[in-house]
Design a protein around this ligand. Sequence first.
Ligand SMILES: [Zn+2]
Ligand SMILES: [Zn+2]
Length: 122
Amino acid sequence: MPKRPCLRCGRLTTNPSRCDYHQSEYMAQRQRQRDAVRGSASQRGYDSKYRRIRAQVLKAHRATNGEWCEGWGVPAHASADLTVDHITPLAAGGTNRRENLRVLCRSCNSRRGSKPDGFTVL
Ligand SMILES: [Zn+2]
Ligand SMILES: [Zn+2]
């Protein structure tokens, strides 16, 4: 196998792109990056915080309104399948904070999808 220069130090090596030393340094760096991505993407603390807020929003809604959906694109109606909707969708920069959450039934929530409020349902 022909030797190639290491991408980092130029020392000739039989490895595809880096000498042993720089190959192991590179792998350690890749592992750190993967760990960082996993940590921020799952944000476990944030998820459990959101689950708690969501449960509080539903509980408060039921205490005031009972099993009642305010309706999205349809008149308000009774529903036993309440879910929490993001008023400003997360994809549009909304947050998981309580003031961005409201209760809709599952079918209103899925009808709404990520459409903005004020969208006319035909
Ligand atoms: Zn090297
Ligand atoms: Zn509904």
